[in-house]
Design a protein around this ligand. Structure first.
Ligand code: 13P
Length: 250
C-alpha cells in the first residue's frame, strides 16, 4: 500500500500576517515542482487568510492549528470549522500536545472536534504522544492506544477516510531530542494497530501517520524512510522557508 506522505509545518504562535506572506513568497519557488508529497502550512488563525491567498493555485495547502466543534455560538476566542472551510482552509490540527497541556484539550474534546472536522470535509491531523514520564514508566503503548481509541470513538471508517494521525512524543517537541527512527516506527505500528481495531484492516493500511518532534533537514530522510512513517509535522524548522523546503524534499 503506497501512502502519499504529508509534510506539514505547524508555525504555532509565530509570524504576523506580513511575515507569513513573506514566507510563502520565498517558499513557493523552492517547492514548485514537488509533487511527491502533500505540503501543508499551518499558521495562526490571524494569518490563515493571508496564507490561503498567497498559496492560491500552488501545490501548498493550508491548515488551522485548532478549531471549535460547534457551528457558531457564544464561544469567545474560538473559530468554527465552517469559518475555516469558508476561507479555503483544508486541514486542521486537533489535540496538539500544547493544547492538551495548556488549554485543557482532552481525549473527549479531540473526539468531538475530529467528528466535526470530518463532517466539514477538512483533513484532520490528530496528534497523540506520550510525555517523558510515561515513556520512562513503559506506558507509551497504553497512552497511544488510549488517545487513539478515545479520539476515534463513534466514528465510522467511511466517515474517517481523510484522517491523518501525528505521533508527537512530547519529550521530543522543541527539545532537539528526536525520537530515533526505530522508536518512532514502533509507536507508529501501535497507532496503526489501534486504527485497525477502530476502523478495520484496509483503513489502517491506508492511514497516514506523521512523525513530529524536532524534525530537521538532517534527520528527515532517516525518519521518512521507515515503513510506517508517512510524513512529518514540523514545528521550529518550518519557520524558515529554506529549512522547511529541505525537509519537504528530504
Ligand atoms: P518541533 O519541530 O519544534 O519540535 O515541534 C514539533 C511540533 O510540535 C509540531 O506540531
Amino acid at each position: 500500500m503506497s501512502r502519499k506522505k504529508i509534510i506539514a509545518g505547524n508555525w504555532k504562535m509565530y509570524k504576523t500576517p506580513q511575515q507569513a506572506r513573506e514566507f510563502v513568497t520565498a517558499f513557493l519557488p523552492l517547492v514548485a515542482d514537488h509533487k511527491r508529497d502533500e505540503i501543508v502550512l499551518c499558521p495562526p488563525f490571524i494569518s490563515l487568510i493571508a496564507v490561503v491567498g498567497a498559496t492560491k493555485g500552488s501545490n501548498v495547502m493550508v491548515g488551522a492549528q485548532n478549531m471549535h466543534w460547534e457551528k457558531e455560538g457564544a464561544f469567545t476566542g474560538e473559530c468554527s470549522p465552517e469559518m475555516l472551510v469558508a476561507e479555503g482552509v483544508t486541514h486542521v490540527i486537533i489535540g496538539h500536545s500544547e493544547r492538551r497541556q495548556y488549554f485543557n484539550e482532552t481525549d473527549d474534546t479531540v473526539n468531538r472536534k475530529l467528528e466535526v472536522a470530518l463532517e466539514h470535509g477538512l483533513t484532520p491531523i490528530v496528534c497523540v504522544g506520550e510525555v517523558l514520564e510515561e515513556r520512562e514508566a513503559n506506558l507509551t503503548e497504553d497512552v497511544l492506544r488510549r488517545q487513539c481509541s478515545r479520539a476515534f470513538r463513534g466514528i465510522s471508517a467511511k466517515k474517517a477516510a481523510k484522517l491523518v494521525v501525528a505521533y508527537e512524543p512530547v519529550w521530543a517537541i522543541g527539545t532537539g531530542k528526536t525520537a530515533t527512527p526505530e522508536i518512532a516506527e514502533e509507536a507508529h505500528m501501535v497507532i496503526r494497530h489501534e486504527a485497525e481495531k477502530s476502523f478495520g484492516k484496509e483503513f489502517a493500511s491506508a492511514l497516514r501517520i506523521q512523525y513530529g518532534g524536532s524534525v530537521k533537514p538532517d534527520n528527515a530522510k532517516s525518519l521518512m524512510s521507515q515503513p510506517d512513517i508517512d510524513g512529518a509535522l514540523v514545528g521550529g524548522a518550518s519557520l524558515d522557508p529554506q529549512n522547511f523546503a529541505k525537509i519537504v524534499k528530504y
